[in-house]
Design a protein around this ligand. Structure first.
Ligand SMILES: Nc1ncnc2c1ncn2[C@@H]1O[C@H](COP(=O)(O)OP(=O)(O)OP(=O)(O)O)[C@@H](O)[C@H]1O
Length: 456
């Protein structure tokens, strides 16, 4: 019977059924042997094993070791990935999915840098007025992994297509794009999506300029309107946004039109921007005087405004003079007044549509434009009244002016109110924009003592 390699050949043979014992000298040697291996064993029984068993034990131990090592590497690399890499997932339910693919296709066409051999073709067909049609083909990155550089950072784009499920509404398979880059470059995702979105919007004939709420939002309170005006408009919009189902149940187009009218520099545009920001809405500015804009394009634009956006058309009085659109240089756009009305009436979809019109001359507007259903709420945003002037003054000087104490500011504000009131009574006005510019240029005391020059 082979002896246990742990034991030396001098060791006594094991008598079957009886434990192996050691004489002192053997035990000492054996103990020295074991101690040398980092463990101390005294006078214990070591049964003898076959070499095959030992080899199997060794292989098993190696297997276990390798498994542990592989798991350790997996856990380690996952932890490292989590620490070093960041991913952004976009699925094709989201608008950004289409924008991103279009952006990738544009980049690939422009710079030819999609490091991929798997492309898909997307065809768009445009019907012309004369009945003919034109097809445009776009190569986009197909399912699989693609690599590209964006602003100096390498990114991996993984496009996955669900083969077992599809979108019920459209019958197209669910798809997901996952962008991965180094953690330190995570801010590039926002920039990339913004770029993709702006490009997508500009593709709508470049007539919609999108002001996203992603920039710094202006607080609504910083636009000082006459008492109660801002609250009235804000409450109306919030009530409208909460009644989507009410409109749907009655088959009424889910849209609401607002007209802000008043003298230049009274805060119309600023208020609309601040209100959009407070609701996390974007603003689609539509310039009706844009050259090349036609009734069809206008209809298309107003029907394809992104969700959660205000549509803003400024100075609508100047756009249509006697129902024909003329610009300052006499250019007569091909957008007709009836085309404009049709486009406004065509703005209807499952998503809410909020349209703001502004004008300095409400008296010039055609009654057909401002009838309910096109304009549901019209508000005068007027020149500065006494309490507005005081509030704006305090925004500029209260708590910030080094020279004037709180008492001085109150006294100065009171004096400003008296000046504005007396000018108002005399029929003279000052715009909030003029007051703002005056306050920016001067200190509190000088501002009040010299404000009379602003009135007209
Ligand atoms: N009520 C206000 N409160 C605070 N700032 C105002 C107000 N009205 C105007 N301003 C300031 O004046 C400038 C012009 O404002 P804004 O463009 O909103 O006026 P508007 O009424 O839209 O003018 P226009 O009719 O000429 O387009 C902005 O810098 C804005 O900050």
């Amino acid at each position: 019977m082979a002896t246990d390699q742990v034991l030396s050949t001098a060791e006594p043979k094991r008598a079957i059924g009886r434990p192996v014992t050691y004489t002192d000298s053997n035990a000492d040697r054996h103990e020295a042997d074991m101690v040398g291996r980092g463990s101390s064993v005294k006078n214990e029984c070591f049964p003898k094993r076959s070499p095959y068993f030992q080899a199997g034990f060794g292989l098993m131990a190696m297997g276990v070791g390798l498994t542990a090592l592989r798991q350790g590497v997996t856990v380690g690399s996952t932890a490292l990935q989590r620490k070093l890499l960041v991913s952004l997932e976009i699925n094709n339910k989201d608008k950004a999915y289409e924008w991103f693919l279009a952006w990738m296709a544009h980049q690939a066409a422009a710079a030819g840098w999609i490091k991929s051999h798997q492309l898909s073709v997307e065809t768009t067909v445009e019907q012309r007025k004369n009945g003919s049609s034109s097809a445009a083909f776009r190569l986009v990155a197909g399912p699989g992994n693609h690599y590209f550089r964006y602003k100096g950072a390498w990114m991996q784009m993984k496009r996955e297509r669900e083969t077992r499920s599809m979108q019920m509404m459209t019958g197209t398979p669910w798809e997901t794009v996952t962008l991965t880059t180094l953690s330190r470059d995570r801010t590039l995702f926002n920039q990339l999506l913004q770029e993709a979105r702006d490009m997508a919007m500009q593709s709508q004939q470049g007539k919609l300029v999108i002001h996203t709420g992603m920039g710094n939002r202006r607080p609504v309170k910083s636009v000082v309107l006459a008492t109660g005006v801002a609250e009235k408009i804000e409450e109306d919009i919030k009530a409208f946004l909460s009644r989507r189902q009410w409109y749907a149940d009655r088959g009424i187009p889910y849209r609401r039109g607002y007209l802000l009218h008043g003298p230049p520099g009274s805060g119309k545009t600023s208020f609309i921007q601040a209100l959009a920001g407070s609701l996390s809405y974007d603003i689609c500015v539509l310039n009706l005087s844009e050259r090349g804009l036609t009734d069809d394009k206008l209809f298309h634009l107003l029907s394809n405004v992104p969700e959660r956006s205000f549509i803003l058309m400024e100075d609508v009085d100047a756009a249509f003079n006697k129902r024909v659109q003329t610009s300052e240089d006499g250019y007569q756009s091909s957008v007709t007044f009836s085309g404009f009305l049709n486009a406004l009436d065509g703005v209807a979809s499952g998503e809410e549509r909020i349209i703001f019109l502004t004008t300095n001359h409400v008296e010039k507007l055609d009654p057909a434009l401002i009838r309910p259903g096109r304009v549901d709420l019209a508000e005068l945003i007027d020149d500065a009244q006494p309490d507005q002037a005081r509030t704006l003054f305090e925004h500029f000087y209260a708590g910030g002016e080094p020279a004037a104490s709180e008492v001085d500011i109150d006294k100065l504000a009171e004096k400003l109110v008296q000046i504005v009131q007396s000018e108002w009574d005399a029929g003279r006005r000052v715009s909030m924009a003029a007051l703002q510019g005056h306050f920016i240029r001067t200190d509190a005391r000088t501002a009040v003592e010299t404000c009379h020059v602003l009135f007209r």
